[in-house]
Write a protein that binds this ligand. Structure first.
Ligand code: FAD
Length: 449
């Protein structure tokens, strides 16, 4: 075939944290594998670890954030930092990028292609990939590390989506790109907190608003906190409601015993995937509808420096959280008017910019990435039943539209939220990358034999 190259052992699509972690893990556990990493953006950063604002920090301690599978002390050793430090996210991105560079430096069998993959099809016992330059590649195994798609906005009024004052990608919008004046963030989670803190840091004049259906604000992170013993907590994990009831009781008991509720939240991390896998689809849906915002506010905590900036802005009367739902929007001479429903009342405000901070869009049916569209069209992947990501086994093996498992098409990271739910933080992703590298090493032994 014209322009086609030799067959790679593995093609990794996406060079964010997950793609970089796979390449680094392969350098360690599958040293001889021929690997090609496709990354239109600078590898190692993705949505989370770009330049951004200096006030954007990791929300977990450095000791838990090594990108090198099997070497948990790598980050602290490399950066010589305090194990409990919450690093600026850009610095973490620098660390991932540098770790990737060192892992693949001088290794002829590893290639980085600075381009997107736009199509993928099965061919023989592997795959054929087409990139945005219309070049073709063959690979035995493909790893989908497509990560965090920009937030969904199909629920927002068309007038807002068409306005120049609307910013749909909160992770790739610099604060100085926003028009001067008041800013509205849709959502109230960590991304909204980041945007409000950056607004304050950049000394934007005006007021920052957040608008969300729920009233929960992310809790403050305390990096020195350690998980308590899960088994000693008596957590009733049979259903989402019993889980949350028993978690709350355990948190109260822990506080009464002189501890911190976060120690209980941390203890749930390790068994969380098993608990999710044990629930029925109806129970998972119930969790998403009724408990996910509360769980998110306890589990994904805000770094102290970010929260301090938000609190200072609020004390100055320049940060206003609103509970409500957008119902209409219209461009006006001095800004965009947002009408929202709050309880039984309808109100409005005029702002200079609106940033969508509602979180990554996991619903593949709404994903505009040409590769995702092609994979769905060909029936090679399908969306999970909750619309959180790709349908797959707990090991990340994709399931096609006929329900067949493909052991050669693997996904990791945020794409697996529907299957594992807790699948987005650095430690989980690095562990998944290790499992993929070990599988590739095993597969390679079979091909070579
Ligand atoms: C703002 C933010 C802050 C976070 N902070 C923390 C934290 O402090 N601690 C923590 O543990 N976790 C954190 N997380 C969670 C976690 O670390 C991220 O979700 C992580 O970035 C996921 O990595 P990823 O590579 O899967 O996805 P992404 O970072 O989204 O990277 C995916 C990459 O794939 C590329 N891509 C997409 N389609 C194609 C294609 N067709 N061809 C080629 N490339 C493609 C994209 O360009 C992108 O570069 C954060 C997440 C976000 C969004």
């Amino acid at each position: 075939m014209k322009g086609e190259r030799e067959v790679d052992d593995v093609a990794v699509i996406g060079g964010g944290l997950a793609g970089a972690a796979v390449a680094i893990a392969c350098a360690r556990f599958a040293r001889h594998a021929r690997l090609r990493l496709f990354s239109p953006e600078e590898p190692g950063r993705g949505a989370a670890y770009r330049e951004g604002s200096p006030i954007w920090f990791m929300n977990g301690p450095a000791r838990a954030m090594s990108v090198v599978a099997g070497d948990p002390g790598h980050l602290v050793r490399t950066l010589r930092c305090d194990p409990n430090a919450l690093l600026p996210r850009k610095r973490f991105g620098d660390y991932v990028r540098e770790s990737l560079r060192i892992a693949i430096d001088g290794r002829m069998q590893v290639r980085v292609e600075r381009t997107a993959v736009v199509d993928l099809d099965r061919a023989g016992d592997g795959f054929i990939l087409t990139d945005a330059r219309n070049r073709r590649y063959r690979a035995h195994t493909v790893v989908l590390a497509l990560g965090n798609a920009r937030p969904a906005d199909n629920f927002l009024p068309r007038e807002l989506l068409e306005s120049a004052r609307y910013f749909g990608d909160p992770w790739r919008t610099e604060t100085n790109e926003l028009p001067t004046g008041d800013m509205l963030c849709i959502g109230r989670g960590l991304t909204a907190m980041d945007r409000v803190a950056a607004y304050s840091y950049a000394e934007h004049r005006g007021t920052a608003f957040t608008l969300a259906r729920h009233a929960y604000l992310p809790a403050r992170e305390v990096p020195a906190i350690r998980a308590c013993n899960f088994r000693a907590l008596n957590i009733d994990e049979r259903s989402p409601l019993s889980l949350m009831r028993s978690v709350r009781a355990a948190m109260r008991d822990n506080i009464a015993a002189g501890g911190d509720w976060r120690e209980v939240a941390e203890a749930l991390r390790q068994p969380s995937q098993r608990i999710w896998l044990g629930w029925t689809s109806a129970q998972r849906r119930q969790f998403l509808e009724r408990l996910a915002p509360l769980w998110g506010s306890l589990r994904y905590r805000v770094p102290a420096a970010t929260e301090d900036a938000v609190i200072a802005l609020r004390r100055a009367g320049r940060y206003v959280p609103i509970q409500g739902e957008i119902v209409a929007a219209s461009d006006e001479a001095d800004g965009i008017r947002i009408a929202y429903r709050s309880g039984s009342e309808q109100r409005s405000l005029i702002v200079a910019s609106v940033v969508n901070c509602t979180g990554p869009n996991g619903d593949l049916a709404l994903n505009p990435d040409p590769l995702v569209r092609a994979l769905l069209r060909r029936g090679i992947i399908r969306r999970d039943s909750l619309g959180l990501g790709i349908d797959a086994t707990p090991y990340g093996e994709a399931i096609d539209d006929e329900g067949l498992i493909d052991e050669r098409l693997l996904a990791l990271g945020p794409m697996l939220r529907g299957v594992l739910y807790e699948s987005t933080a650095v430690p989980e992703i690095v562990e998944q990358a290790r499992a993929i590298a070990e599988r590739i090493a095993r597969n390679r032994e079979e091909w070579v034999a």
